[in-house]
Design a protein around this ligand. Structure first.
Ligand SMILES: Cc1cc2nc3c(=O)[nH]c(=O)nc-3n(C[C@H](O)[C@H](O)[C@H](O)COP(=O)(O)OP(=O)(O)OC[C@H]3O[C@@H](n4cnc5c(N)ncnc54)[C@H](O)[C@@H]3O)c2cc1C
Length: 315
């Protein structure tokens, strides 16, 4: 595979499906400092999902539901196969650490730029002075807040030095006749790679739900948000709307959550809602009591705060 070189952006076309597709194809949407996503090709639209569903559910659906209602029903009830009828193919440029997370999504077809065959792309993701994030205290996998710019400045400087050294050593090895497959071994994970990535709409929505989520690492979240907002949303507006309503912005209440809410409503009684955090702790699930830290309890509290049932500023 050769270094991807998307063609220039075509002029905006007529406001129809093929015009929209043509205006999106090969258009590089920038992500991070030197990454991008571009749509190479796409098959299907909202209508393909509807068409496939009507084959399986029969003509009767035409009478009871318009396209929007049908798509919303399918997504709400996880009737997933009609969403597999649409396909999207992208070319992406991503730092290798981010790509390592991306490639865990096994339900896509991938061809990646080969650094055995070709020179490693001469670009590494650089972190600006104000982009260094602190380790989160309550989530071992996450970050919380940013370092002051001064502290970040020093880190960015040492990052630049390290990346320059790594690239120099790599090029010296190549000049000494070392094979590309071995010369690359000390390149940083910040080095950009490129790949073609083809996936059906169902699996893409699964990827987006996981990687647009606030628990996903910021860098991959930026890619997922760009794919979602810039490409999936315009190409599949009805699917996108249902996806936001029933996946991205839905709150899942477990059995434990529901029982807690019932107890809370009963206890709050005359006092009304929102309840205090002390009220919440008093009616927590018995299995959480006595635990100093309990992730499930924290998640439940957050859901109730978001629903306006518990006041976060009232202990
Ligand atoms: C916030 C976050 C943190 C993460 N942290 C870690 C971590 O610390 N360590 C780590 O290793 N990974 C981690 N992951 C990766 C995660 O475990 C998944 O591998 C990744 O999100 C891909 O999800 P998936 O398997 O559902 O997707 P896909 O691979 O696209 O699969 C989609 C669905 O197809 C089905 N499927 C696919 N292949 C199989 C199979 N072989 N057998 C059975 N069913 C299959 C499953 O239902 C699956 O959900 C993390 C992911 C996220 C979003």
């Amino acid at each position: 595979m050769t270094h991807a070189d998307p063609a220039p952006v075509p002029a905006p076309a007529a406001n129809d499906r093929s015009g929209l597709l043509e205006s999106l194809r090969w258009r590089k949407f920038p992500v991070l400092d030197d990454g991008f996503v571009a749509l190479v090709d796409s098959m299907g639209d909202d209508g393909s999902v509807v068409q496939a569903a009507r084959v399986s559910y029969g003509e009767g659906t035409r009478k009871v539901s318009d396209d929007r209602q049908l798509i919303r029903y399918l997504l709400r009830h996880a009737h997933t196969t009609p969403f597999e009828m649409a396909e999207l193919k992208f070319v992406v440029r991503v730092p290798m650490d981010c790509w390592r997370q991306w490639i865990r999504h096994r339900t896509a077809s991938v061809n990646e730029y080969s650094t055995r065959y070709s020179l490693a792309i001469d670009s590494m993701q650089a972190t600006h002075d104000d982009e260094w994030r602190s380790q989160a205290a309550n989530n071992r996998q996450g970050s919380a807040g940013y370092l002051p710019r001064d502290a970040g400045h020093k880190l960015s400087q040492s990052e630049t030095e390290l990346q320059s050294l790594a690239r120099r050593v790599y090029e010296e090895r190549l000049e000494a006749g070392i094979a590309r497959e071995q010369a690359r071994k000390d390149l940083p994970l910040a080095t950009y790679t490129e790949a073609y990535w083809k996936i059906n709409l169902h699996n893409l929505l699964h990827f987006l739900a996981l990687r647009m989520d606030s628990h996903a690492q910021l860098e991959i979240r930026r890619y997922a948000e760009t794919i979602g907002q810039e490409i999936v949303k315009p190409l599949f507006p009805l699917v996108w709307e249902a996806f936001i309503d029933y996946r991205v912005e839905a709150i899942r209440l477990t059995r434990l959550d529901q029982e807690l809410i019932r107890r809370l409503a009963k206890q709050a009684g005359g006092r009304g809602m929102p309840a205090t955090q002390a009220d919440f702790m008093a009616v927590q699930d018995p299995s959480w009591k006595g635990l100093e830290r309990c992730r499930e309890r924290d998640e439940c509290l957050l859901k109730l705060v978001n629903l306006g049932l518990v006041n976060p500023s009232n202990p």
